[in-house]
Design a binder for this molecule. Structure first.
Ligand code: IMP
Ligand code: MG
Length: 175
């Protein structure tokens, strides 16, 4: 039913590598990590602890809905606790697929005038991209397969798996 895509060890090595790059690039800056719940939670926990620089954290809950495709709107269910004006914001994502969610979010957050706004994603599925958006930091480029584990879910299941696995199409289509 499931096939391992990346083991916990492989993920940890990649997360450390990303954190080292970000730590070096943001040296002396005011790094503020913004995470969209819930998928990126596990990645954020490991990534933020692997940073060698100080960072603050904030969280958002958004709903992506069909209308966002044309309007670039995103419905915010839980907004950030803190303003981001003049801050160096790094959006921490689990996976960029069509890119619509993150694109809409970037547009919304840019209106708040951060000093900078970049994207760090663990997984990138560029083959299904519907908008021109590229992560500034990316862990793994993966093919168009449905992945679960390490925070990612299928109907809220499998988030707590310590590794990443692909779910067979038959399983996804049963629901
Ligand atoms: P999109 O880039 O607008 O398609 O939305 C990306 C969001 O869809 C991610 O933040 C995930 O919540 C979800 N998603 C996309 N691909 C997968 C996957 O393979 N497994 C689990 N969730 C996924
Ligand atoms: Mg997500």
């Amino acid at each position: 039913m499931m096939e391992t895509l990346f083991t916990a060890e492989v993920i940890q090595a990649k997360v450390k590598e990303l954190a080292a790059r970000v730590s070096s690039d943001y040296q002396g800056k005011d790094l503020h990590l913004v995470t969209i719940l819930k998928g990126a939670l596990v990645f954020l926990a490991d990534f933020s602890r692997a940073l060698t620089i100080q960072a603050t954290l904030d969280f958002m809950v958004v709903a992506s809905y069909a209308a966002a495709r044309s309007t670039g709107e995103v419905r915010i269910l839980k907004d950030l606790d803190f303003p981001i004006k003049n801050r160096d914001v790094l959006l921490v994502e689990d996976v960029i697929d069509h890119g619509i969610t993150i694109q809409a979010l970037v547009q919304t957050l840019l209106l708040r005038q951060p000093a900078s706004l970049k994207i760090c994603t663990l997984l990138d599925k560029p083959s299904r991209r519907a908008v021109a958006i590229k992560p500034d930091y990316n862990g793994f480029v993966i093919p168009d397969k449905f992945v679960v584990g390490y925070g990612l879910d299928f109907n809220e299941q499998y988030r707590n798996l310590p590794y990443l696995a692909t779910l067979r199409k038959e399983v996804c289509e049963r629901v």
